[in-house]
Write a new protein. Structure first.
Length: 255
């Protein structure tokens, strides 16, 4: 199920330059589907970005389940089709809700979401600049510690998760209801959204599952987690300074 073949599995395991490929793909998989569906739904500003990872994972999960039911091989074409369908459904829901509540003379609040990202320019641009800086710093720090982009702790739990992602990648079957890795021939349910995402990313780096895992982990730990803390603080506090501080100290909180 490899999408590109620019280098071998071993090259992706060892090269930090090539690591940019699964890293960029991880960002795309974990944000683009959610951004498209959230925008169609009427979300804007920080709430759109806060929704994006959850929406993306939800679309990936449902796409894998439905693709399995239809007998379609798991991969990016499947995700693209379901992303388009999900975006259309969200747009339709948004239109219907707006028309319904306007007929009732009730404010939906959807139009107000466009105002959340306005204000003083420095407060608009500081959070993404800080978030990007934190991500780059932690990525470099990660590289200095693990030495190779495909390195991983060889413990039983990591072996299970890597093997499950590899199974999805090689079989083209990524349904969480058909996982039989621990008991061959007797499939059962396992919450495998993480492995579905990793299998997609691994398909762009010659099947280097551990490299893909590290790329996804970096995005989740150093972009999605701080972004979630920032959105939570934004919902609780109106002070932009407090929101910015929460972003800066988000990595100090346990994940």
């Amino acid at each position: 199920m490899d999408v590109v073949g620019v280098a071998s599995n071993a090259d992706f395991f060892n090269s930090w330059l090539l690591f940019s490929v699964p890293l960029i793909v991880s960002l795309a998989v974990l944000f683009l589907p959610g951004l498209a569906s959230g925008y169609a739904l009427g979300l804007r500003g920080r709430w759109l970005w806060g929704w994006a990872p959850a929406g993306s994972v939800g679309i990936v999960f449902l796409a894998a389940v439905i693709a399995s039911k239809l007998g379609i091989t798991w991969g990016f074409p499947v995700l693209l089709v379901f992303c388009i369908c999900a975006t259309f459904i969200c747009w339709l829901i948004s239109v219907l809700l707006i028309r319904f509540y306007k007929s009732k003379s009730v404010d939906t609040g959807i139009s107000d979401l466009t105002k959340l990202s306005r204000g003083d320019k420095k407060w608009v641009y500081l959070p993404p600049i800080l978030l990007l800086s934190m991500f780059l710093y932690e990525t470099v720090r990660f590289a200095t510690v693990v030495k190779r982009p495909g390195a991983f702790a060889q413990i039983w739990d990591n072996l299970f998760h890597s093997n499950l992602a590899m199974m999805f990648l090689q079989s083209g079957e990524a349904s969480p209801f058909k996982v039989d890795l621990w008991n061959p021939g007797r499939a059962g349910f396992y919450p495998a959204a993480w492995h579905e995402v990793v299998s997609l990313v691994a398909s762009t780096c010659s099947g280097a599952v551990t490299t893909a895992t590290n790329a996804v982990a970096l995005v989740v730990a150093f972009i999605i987690w701080p972004l979630g803390i920032f959105c939570l603080a934004s919902a609780i506090y109106t002070s932009r300074l407090v929101q910015l501080i929460s972003l800066a100290f988000s990595l100090a909180l346990p994940q």
